[in-house]
Design a protein around this ligand. Structure first.
Ligand SMILES: Cc1cc2nc3c(=O)[nH]c(=O)nc-3n(C[C@H](O)[C@H](O)[C@H](O)COP(=O)(O)OP(=O)(O)OC[C@H]3O[C@@H](n4cnc5c(N)ncnc54)[C@H](O)[C@@H]3O)c2cc1C
Length: 403
């Protein structure tokens, strides 16, 4: 009897949602059943979460309903948490049930990695999804409100400590530089009483950018009051402080956010995949080694860059491209055709430093700073919205903030 193949996609982020959208265009309904499983009934733009966490955009701007961009009569949508995959009997175990698959796509993204720093997991907040980012926004505002109301008298309640000076940490402090003055106005607090401190073990910030761009970013942020403690390892995170450096200096704060590390989804380890530095090192066609019907994408995967002899950096840009190649490769498998290898097309990297400033490298090696970079960042953000949601979502949620 004919068995219609079932394709199950785990995670509706950049990689998973793009895979599903492309599969629905590439395959007719008779060719395969498609199932998309995600924790929530919405997709969020992970690359906007630092803005949600700082409170410079509304959480609803950074998310949209999955059923608005994927036809539920074409794709079965399951909103549940994936616990693990039983590869032996091709079954996905969910918090509230289970489902079998013929082809599986794992795209459940990243989780926070605190590298075993004492107290970090228990005492810090982190930017992972809409809920955790919204919690940071509310936490900061509550500290300001309580200080203003006299419920807290210690000024350190108005200090925000951010661990890690990679993309997320720096973009986050850039947004805080915009938001904190607004909170001071709202709660009648003297701005001089507030502090935003970024702590980083490495001697420099944003290692993916060249020296001149990094210097620009540091100066721009310092001019707006951000303090940097570089080359300072965090030895411990207590409930209201970091203990840093060789002298165990204690810096007290009302809000502590860890952005210093991520690892691939725990679904990978729970499912018994071979893991290298938190992720699966996939074959060049994006399949897991020794599993011809399982693709691993986005922040769950390392994909080797044959030119550089190291994996491509994990980015939203790469995750979207994984989704495109994965959809074509699943179609190739169904049609008994050869699979294609993944080739990353690097369109450049742009980091925001708040609403009106940024740094970036684009396609042809052009370097951008200031408003030009901030504008480019919005173009990049809108492009990803368009790729996942089409014109309607772009018009509804796109960024058109005037300078
Ligand atoms: C604040 C921030 C800023 C960033 N800025 C940039 C940038 O400017 N440019 C760039 O290219 N990259 C940036 N990145 C990195 C980029 O966001 C990631 O590389 C990208 O999100 C990876 O896409 P993904 O599809 O693998 O995972 P995600 O987009 O994170 O999606 C994972 C999906 O899986 C779901 N999920 C997770 N676990 C489960 C489970 N157990 N069961 C069911 N569903 C689950 C989640 O809810 C989510 O919908 C940034 C990251 C952050 C945090």
């Amino acid at each position: 009897m004919y068995h219609k193949p079932k394709i199950v996609v785990l995670g509706a982020g950049y990689a998973g949602l793009k895979t599903v959208r492309d599969l629905t265009k590439a395959l007719s309904p008779d060719e395969a059943d498609i199932v998309l499983i995600n924790k929530h009934n919405y997709h969020y733009e992970t690359t906007w979460l630092h803005e949600v966490a700082a409170g410079t955009i509304n959480p609803n701007q950074a998310r949209f309903m999955i059923s608005d961009v994927v036809n539920p009569s074409r794709v079965r949508l399951i909103y549940d948490t994936v616990e693990k995959v039983n590869k032996e009997d091709q079954r996905v175990i969910l918090e509230n049930g289970e489902i079998t698959y013929d082809y599986l796509v794992i795209a459940t993204g990243f989780e926070t990695n605190t590298f075993g720093i004492k107290g970090m997991e228990e005492n810090s907040l982190s930017i992972v999804d809409i809920n955790s980012s919204r919690l940071i926004r509310e936490h900061i505002e509550l500290k300001f409100a309580k200080y203003s109301a006299g419920e807290i008298t210690d000024e350190s309640a108005l200090t925000i400590l951010v661990g890690g000076a990679g993309f997320t940490g720096i973009e986050f402090v850039g947004e805080l530089a915009e938001k904190v003055p607004q909170l001071c106005k709202k709660y009648d607090i003297d701005l001089k009483k507030t502090r935003i401190i970024n702590v980083e073990a490495m001697p420099s910030i944003l290692p993916m950018f060249e020296k001149d761009l990094v210097e620009y970013a540091m100066k721009s942020l310092e001019d707006r009051g951000i303090e940097f403690r570089l080359g300072a390892a965090i030895n411990e995170c207590t409930k209201d402080s970091f203990i840093i450096g060789e002298n165990n200096e204690e810096i007290k704060a009302g809000t502590i956010v860890w952005t210093g590390g991520v690892t691939g989804s725990s679904v990978l380890t729970e499912s018994g995949f071979e893991i290298e530095r938190g992720k699966v090192m996939v074959n060049s066609d994006l399949r897991a080694p020794n599993h011809d019907n399982i693709f691993v994408l986005g922040d769950c995967a390392w994909v080797m860059d044959p030119q550089a002899d190291r994996p491509f950096p994990p980015t939203a840009q790469a995750a979207l491209q994984h989704g495109e190649v994965c959809a074509r490769n699943i179609k190739a498998l169904l049609h008994d055709e050869p699979l294609e290898n993944f080739h990353f097309v690097d369109r450049g990297t742009v980091a925001s430093l708040g609403v009106t400033d940024g740094i970036g490298n684009i396609l042809d090696g052009t370097k951008l700073t200031g408003k030009a970079a901030a504008t480019m960042k919005k173009v990049v953000d809108n492009r990803s919205l368009f790729k996942l949601g089409g014109t309607r979502i772009l018009l509804k949620k796109g960024k058109v903030r005037p300078f």
